[in-house]
Design a protein around this ligand. Structure first.
Ligand code: NAG
Ligand code: NAG
Ligand code: NAG
Ligand code: NAG
Ligand code: NAG
Ligand code: NAG
Ligand code: NAG
Ligand code: NAG
Ligand code: NAG
Ligand code: NAG
Ligand code: NAG
Ligand code: NAG
Length: 449
């Protein structure tokens, strides 16, 4: 088997090397269209008129015909306006990226005449005015990114009107556009959607709409094509039973909304790498997260979760935030051994019992926040073995009063004193403290002496 594969690869390399020298050159009419695109020459593009435009920065040509198929002018300090007539005359365009520029005009009109355009990215490009209604007719679009066009408005309050017919969309990013509408019901039709970013769009209502429950299962959530869903900072409500079938999800953020109910169904999301439910109104116990073995970021903070510490089985966890909930019981000592873990935020919960000694603790740990719990007993002596630590907050617990801890091996030279409900943390050579307390001030004065 090996020989045919190698010889195919060889032929492929040969054909590549023969292909390059004969790849077609830019067409003169398209070159002149490109040269009339921008009215201001004050940008970072160095397009030299008497050279092959297929070799210009940001231009991709079809290698056999020489037609311009891609224009990626990301972050080229382009300002002023764009000549719509010239742009839409480059009819072979398949991908257009004008992101991170400073245009001072509206989105070019007539984009729907670019019948082969599959990717349109205008994020952070400065365009203002209305989203042209023609966008709703660009049925070939696979990816649409209009994020962070802060002064852009939608042509009609019915958001579905714009997006509803773009059924081939795989990526839809509209972050920061004030849609100010109830739930986008149309999304049921977007069966191929894989990445959805609707951050800070002032969307409200249930997600997906209540109306959909009559037609369960909605096709959107039957098709497990989703990889990224970010609905942060809206006013979405309702429960999230729809999560269960999205088995390919990698990034999920629902933070800063009004979602509620219990979470039953996370075990099918085995590919998840980041999960944020922070600042919602979820409650109940969090069932096991042991299936989520790829998890790097977990943020369940500021909800009403209760019950025991959820079981985890990820060896790549970097950050864990369960703060401001009602979790209770012991903090498992295995938590501190997750090798990649950098920050642990368990503050403002009901955790109790003693903290176990930190044996085999992760050297990556730099921040541990356990304040405002009901922890008691001695602070583990082995806290001194957490060599990477720069912040440790144990304040507002029920630890034994007056303990002396040696943190010298953490790089915090000197002897530390802890007394009752005290915050103590240090970062490099600087000490910080939140709460006035005689002992802490003494320690600080001693340090600065
Ligand atoms: C944009 O380009 C400038 C240099 O021209 C660079 O400093 C900056 O980091 C770039 N921004 C992004 C987001 O790539
Ligand atoms: C736009 O470009 C076309 C050529 O494609 C040119 O004829 C026209 O004058 C330009 N319009 C503006 C406003 O510069
Ligand atoms: C659009 O793509 C099709 C198929 O690749 C191609 O035949 C056609 O010429 C393209 N249209 C333009 C205007 O380039
Ligand atoms: C520009 O946008 C296109 C389509 O969204 C994307 O494929 C490409 O990676 C982007 N370019 C940069 C430099 O991010
Ligand atoms: C759009 O381009 C930006 C770079 O400016 C990139 O970060 C972003 O991922 C692109 N959007 C899509 C949907 O590819
Ligand atoms: C944008 O263009 C308008 C006129 O079209 C002009 O009044 C305004 O000053 C421009 N703004 C910037 C930041 O260039
Ligand atoms: C969507 O497509 C349907 C059927 O082709 C059409 O009747 C409707 O007007 C289209 N909507 C928009 C906003 O283009
Ligand atoms: C969804 O994607 C599949 C596979 O790429 C494709 O065959 C199908 O036509 C797409 N559906 C829509 C509505 O574009
Ligand atoms: C958010 O949307 C509501 C209507 O759903 C509207 O009354 C409110 O003004 C919007 N807020 C902003 C900041 O646009
Ligand atoms: C359900 O849909 C109807 C019409 O499409 C609409 O008037 C109603 O407000 C929707 N109800 C909810 C709860 O979204
Ligand atoms: C999940 O998919 C199954 C079939 O694959 C379906 O019976 C169930 O209703 C779906 N659940 C949701 C919430 O869409
Ligand atoms: C923990 O994850 C590993 C894969 O990383 C898996 O083999 C093992 O079964 C998981 N354990 C539990 C209890 O889920």
């Amino acid at each position: 088997m090996r020989f045919p594969v190698l010889s195919l690869l060889f032929l492929f390399i040969i054909s590549l090397s023969f292909h390059n020298p004969i790849s077609a050159q830019c067409l003169d009419d398209q070159k002149s269209l490109l040269l009339t695109l921008f009215d201001s020459e004050d940008n970072d593009l160095s397009w030299t008129p008497n050279t092959d435009c297929c070799s210009w920065e940001g231009i991709t040509c079809d290698s056999s015909t020489g037609h311009v198929i891609g224009l990626d002018l990301t972050n080229q300090s382009i300002s002023g306006s764009i000549n719509s007539t010239s742009l839409i005359s480059i009819s072979s365009l398949q991908s257009l990226n004008l992101s991170l520029n400073h245009f001072n005009c509206s989105i070019p009109s007539g984009l729907d005449s670019l019948s082969n355009l599959t990717h349109l990215n205008l994020s952070f490009s400065g365009f203002t005015g209305l989203v042209p209604i023609e966008v709703s007719r660009m049925k070939s679009l696979v990816s649409l990114d209009l994020s962070f066009l802060f002064s852009l408005a939608l042509p009609s309050p019915d958001f579905g009107y714009l997006i509803g017919n773009l059924t081939g969309l795989r990526e839809l990013h509209l972050d920061g556009i004030q849609i100010s509408a109830p739930v986008p019901e149309f999304m049921v039709e977007l069966v191929n959607l894989s990445s959805l970013h609707l951050v800070y769009c002032n969307l409200s209502g249930e997600f997906p709409s209540n109306n959909l429950s009559g037609r369960v299962p909605s096709s959107l959530f039957m098709t497990p094509s989703f990889k990224t869903i970010d609905l942060s900072s809206n006013n979405f409500q309702g429960e999230i039973e729809w999560l269960g079938n999205l088995t390919r999800l990698i990034h999920l953020s629902l933070s800063d909304n009004d979602f509620s109910g219990q979470i039953h169904s996370l075990s099918s999301l085995a590919q998840l790498e980041s999960l944020s439910f922070s600042r919602n109104r979820f409650h109940g116990q969090i069932s096991s997260l042991a299936n989520l073995s790829q998890l790097s970021y977990l943020d369940l903070s500021s909800n009403h979760f209760s019950g025991q510490f959820p079981s985890l089985n990820s060896t790549c966890l970097l950050s864990l935030d369960l703060s401001s909930n009602s979790f209770s019981g012991r903090i498992p000592s295995s938590l501190f051994m997750i090798p990649s873990l950098r920050t642990i935020q368990l503050n403002h919960n009901q955790f109790d019992g003693q903290l176990d000694e930190f044996h085999n603790a992760s050297v990556a740990l730099s921040g541990i926040f356990l304040s405002n719990n009901k922890l008691q007993g001695q602070i583990p002596r082995s806290v001194g073995q957490l060599v990477g630590l720069s912040i440790l907050d144990l304040s507002w617990n029920n630890f034994n009063e007056l303990q002396i801890i040696d943190l010298s091996s953490n790089g915090f030279t000197g002897i530390w004193m802890v007394w009752g409900p005290l915050i103590f943390w240090a970062n490099g050579r600087r000490w910080y403290y939140k709460q006035m307390d005689k002992l802490l001030i003494m320690a600080k004065a001693w340090w600065e002496r």
